[in-house]
Design a binder for this molecule. Sequence first.
Ligand SMILES: Nc1ncnc2c1ncn2[C@@H]1O[C@H](COP(=O)(O)OP(=O)(O)O)[C@@H](O)[C@H]1O
Ligand SMILES: [Mg+2]
Length: 221
Amino acid sequence: MIFTLGGIKGGSGKSTIATNLTVWLSKQGFDVLLVDADEQQTATKFTKWREVNTDGNSGYTATVLTGDAVRQQVAKFKPKFDHIVIDSGGRDTMSQRAALFVSDALLVPFNPRSFDLWTIADVETLVKEVRALKPTDLHAFALLNRADPKGTDNKDSAELLQESSVIEYVGPPIVSRKSFANASSNGLGVIENQPADQKAIHEITMVFKIIMEKLGAEINV
Ligand SMILES: Nc1ncnc2c1ncn2[C@@H]1O[C@H](COP(=O)(O)OP(=O)(O)O)[C@@H](O)[C@H]1O
Ligand SMILES: [Mg+2]
């Protein structure tokens, strides 16, 4: 499968989800390529820390691509890997469109109660435009990330996302937890971080499992 973490808003958690998805898939024995298609290079920095903290045994391959090279090179990498995860920037860029053109699935994290939710319509337009040009399916999934630990805002935001006929909402909400930032700063996925944050692990792996199931992709957990 080829996944793109996208959307048109920065800071929603694209790089966090992209790196955690890459780690989660690679821990299952899949051969995974992480493509950094964002000029901020968060995924690349993550991998650098990971290489240091794992003595070079990061468990996946990482590369940097921009613009139309994303489409061309990812198409060539496709038969060589089990899964490819593309971390794109927070804008509707040439790189993101190129990524979507070769992707099976777009994952869009939204933060509840934020300006993020105002971008739903723009993300829908982007998805519709890509679908109109793309010969194969593009599944689009919305997730709630950096969600509130309690209160009704998550439910309200999820209901808003569920109204979309273009993007499919997948829960549970991934709550804002320090363990995500702590893990990322060490180049670790939240599933590897110690002490283990079981709630964070449960939320993110549930979202990944549901997405894999909806895509008809096999998992080994
Ligand atoms: N679920 C979460 N809980 C706590 N912090 C988070 C969570 N998701 C992301 N963050 C933090 O939010 C910031 C932005 O996340 P990032 O993944 O870099 O967003 P993007 O790639 O969309 O710009 C980072 O500091 C990251 O550690
Ligand atoms: Mg990012």
